[in-house]
Design a protein around this ligand. Sequence first.
Ligand SMILES: [Zn+2]
Length: 159
Amino acid sequence: MFKIGLGTDIHRLTEGRKLIIGGVDIESDLGADGHSDADVLMHAAADAVLGALALGDLGSHFPSNEERWRGAPSSQFLAHAVALAAEKGYTVVNFDSVVDLEKPKLRPHIDAMRSNLAAVLNVEIDQVSVKAKTGETVDAVGERRAIRAQAVVMMSKSA
Ligand SMILES: [Zn+2]
């Protein structure tokens, strides 16, 4: 039994915030705005896992107006989604994602993101793909107003 899940996320870029993507703290003049640590990739990943099991979206599990999630590391959102899936007998087969960011270049950080995601998804790093794209100077991403991520996950039920 296989199930596929899709997740997307977008955060506004602003000065005076950290830029954390896939659990990696990246040096940048602009950071991601948001209630938690605003990790766009962890959020998209958690939404994908929740989506595979039709468990609703991230906001319904972690309301952004709750004080306890302020500045929270977003890996815990993904860990929660993975735990819910495991309760239903599902584990991750593979994960693929795209992060849209104009700059800085993410290539030097891709393997660290994959490693962080693999640890939370309970899989090996070769089951986790993270790709980076720019916005080609157009639209919210290209004009450095936003960072966006998309993720898909395949899950299977063992036995
Ligand atoms: Zn988010």
